[in-house]
Ligand binder design. Structure first.
Ligand SMILES: O=P(O)(O)OC[C@H]1O[C@](O)(CO)[C@@H](O)[C@@H]1O
Length: 239
C-alpha cells in the first residue's frame, strides 16, 4: 500500500483525478469502479472540469458503482444512482448505458447481485477502483465482519453507518436498513485501487488502516494485501 499525503481536500481530489485520467489514457476501454459519499465529490468536480476543457473524454469509459441502497429508486435523491448522475454522469461525455449502479429496486435482489457480478466480469474487470472509507473501516457497504472472499451481496447496514448517513435523510426512520454492495473479493480483483481519506472524522480509521492488523473486523485492512493500492489522505485525517 502506497501512501500519498495531500495538504488538503483539494489537493487529494486533484491527485486522484490525475490518476483517473492516467487510467483513461492508458486503456482503450477503461472500466472504472466508482464510489459515492462526500469524499469523492471533489474528484468528480475535477474530472468534470477536465472533461469540459477537453483534457479527458469518457466516451470509451464504462463505470461500475460499488453500492446502492435497497428499496430506493433511481429518481430518489438519496439513491446512489441519482447521486452519480448529479455529481458526474450528467456533466461529462459518458454514454449513460455504460454506467452501472446496482438496482436497489430489483424484484429479485439475489439475482441482481449475481447479474452485477457477472457484468463486471464480462466487461473484463475493474481497471481502477475508487474507494472511500467508513469510520468503522467499511469499504463499499462491507461492514466489519464481512468475509474477505465476499462477492456482490445484500447487506444489513451497521447502526453507525446509518447514523453517519442520516445527515442526507429527513429522519433516521428514512435511512435504509439494507444495501447491495460489491464484495471485498470483488473490490480486491481490481487491477488498481485508490482509497481516498479526508477529514478529522476519519483519523482513527486511517490510523488503524496503516498500523492495525489485517482483519475482517476492519474491512479496509484487506487493502494491505493488494499489490497496487494507493491511499491518498489529507492532513486532517493524519493524527
Ligand atoms: O465519504 P463519506 O461520506 O465519509 O462516506 C464514506 C463511505 O461511506 C459510504 O458512503 C457508504 O456509507 C461509502 O460509499 C463511502 O466510501
Amino acid at each position: 500500500m502506497k501512501i500519498i499525503e495531500a495538504k488538503n481536500y483539494e489537493e487529494m481530489s486533484r491527485f486522484a483525478s490525475e490518476k483517473v485520467q492516467a487510467c483513461i489514457d492508458e486503456n482503450i476501454q477503461p472500466n472504472l469502479g466508482l464510489a459515492t459519499g462526500s469524499t469523492p465529490i471533489g474528484l468528480y468536480k475535477h474530472l468534470i472540469s477536465s472533461n469540459k476543457k477537453g483534457d479527458v473524454s469518457f466516451r470509451n469509459v464504462t463505470t461500475f458503482n460499488l453500492d446502492e441502497y435497497v428499496k430506493l429508486s433511481e429518481t430518489d435523491p438519496n439513491s446512489y444512482r441519482y447521486f452519480m448522475n448529479e455529481e458526474l454522469f450528467n456533466h461529462v461525455d459518458i454514454d449513460k448505458n455504460n454506467t452501472h449502479v446496482p438496482n436497489g429496486k430489483a424484484t429479485d435482489l439475489d439475482q441482481e447481485c449475481l447479474d452485477y457480478e457477472n457484468k463486471i466480469r464480462e466487461a473484463g474487470g475493474i481497471d481502477l477502483q475508487i474507494l472511500g472509507i467508513g469510520a468503522n473501516g467499511h469499504i463499499g457497504f462491507n461492514e466489519p465482519g464481512t468475509s474477505f472472499q465476499s462477492r456482490t451481496q445484500i447487506v444489513k447496514l451497521d447502526e453507525q453507518t446509518r447514523v453517519a448517513n442520516s445527515r442526507f435523510f429527513d429522519s433516521m426512520d428514512d435511512v435504509p436498513t439494507h444495501a447491495i454492495t460489491t464484495g471485498i473479493g470483488t473490490i480486491m480483483d481490481s487491477k488498481e485501487i485508490i482509497l481516498l481519506i479526508s477529514g478529522s472524522a476519519k483519523k482513527e480509521a486511517y490510523e488503524r488502516l496503516i498500523n492495525g492488523e489485517v482483519s475482517e473486523e476492519f474491512p479496509a485492512s484487506v487493502l494491505q494485501n493488494h499489490s497496487n493500492c494507493i491511499v491518498i489522505v489529507d492532513k486532517e485525517s493524519i493524527s
